[in-house]
Design a protein around this ligand. Structure first.
Ligand SMILES: Nc1nc2c(ncn2[C@@H]2O[C@H](COP(=O)(O)OP(=O)(O)O)[C@@H](O)[C@H]2O)c(=O)[nH]1
Ligand SMILES: [Mg+2]
Length: 222
């Protein structure tokens, strides 16, 4: 299975080097039948994000103007679709999403005997409330409101609609390379996926707080 990691990064020179080192370690370790590639999408960073990406040995997509997170992610999705990757995984450039957790997202698409998942969302909340991720009160309130609206509009019961750690299968790549929301892309894209008849599932993952160092190596880009 060919998997493209899409890393939107805007002024992430501090965290990006450590994240890319983790990704290289994961690639070197190899996984059963999984071939990992990665692309950093940088659209107007004023720091050394692009240089850190190149030094980290991954592809760099440098857009000529800032499109925001939605446009940056869609650029990666178009690349994945065009190059016929089996799936793509969006992962934060700030190191909040440990690449090792990718296996949980991949397991959800490999599961037999269920409708094949087109969009797999990594949730930081489900089954992890003891030692897991703790967001700010404001963020949790916003998330609760979004959960309610999504459930009302689509019938989807998700715990983490704003999660940016998600896997896009082939059908999602086809859809989102044509249209991807720009304003609040994570929750909106869930509604778009549902409207298009795609299967959306959620799996628990561990996330780090922003600014928490990546596990293997110190940052190289600062
Ligand atoms: N290329 C690009 N990346 C962005 C932009 N805005 C945010 N990002 C990246 O998208 C990821 C998610 O943003 P973040 O601020 O961490 O969102 P949060 O985790 O939901 O709080 C990070 O890697 C950011 O660097 C943007 O305008 N362009
Ligand atoms: Mg983040």
């Amino acid at each position: 299975m060919r998997v493209l990691l899409i890393i939107p990064a805007f002024n992430e020179q501090q965290a990006l080097g450590g994240l890319l080192a983790e990704i290289q370690a994961l690639r070197a370790a190899g996984g059963a039948g999984v071939q990992l590639s990665a692309v950093v999408v940088d659209d107007g960073s004023v720091d050394r994000t692009g240089e850190v990406a190149k030094a980290g040995g991954v592809r760099l997509l440098r857009l000529c103007k800032n499109l925001g997170i939605g446009g940056a992610v869609q650029a990666g999705l178009i690349l994945a679709h065009r190059e016929r990757f089996d799936c793509a995984v969006q992962i934060d450039g700030d190191g909040q999403h440990p690449p090792g957790e990718l296996r949980h997202l991949l397991a959800a698409v490999a599961r037999q005997g269920e409708p094949r998942a087109d969009l797999v969302v990594g949730t930081r909340y489900r089954d992890r409330d003891q030692d897991g991720f703790r967001s700010t009160l404001l963020r949790r309130l916003g998330s609760a409101w979004l959960r309610g609206v999504l459930r009302l509009v689509t019938g989807l019961r998700l715990t983490d609609p704003t999660s940016g750690f998600r896997l896009y299968g082939a059908r999602a790549l086809r859809l989102f390379s044509l249209t991807y929301p720009y304003d609040y892309p994570e929750p909106e894209s869930l509604a778009v996926a549902c409207a298009a008849g795609l299967t959306v599932v959620e799996v628990p993952v561990t996330m780090r707080e922003r600014g928490q160092p990546c596990s293997r190596l110190k940052n190289t880009g600062a």
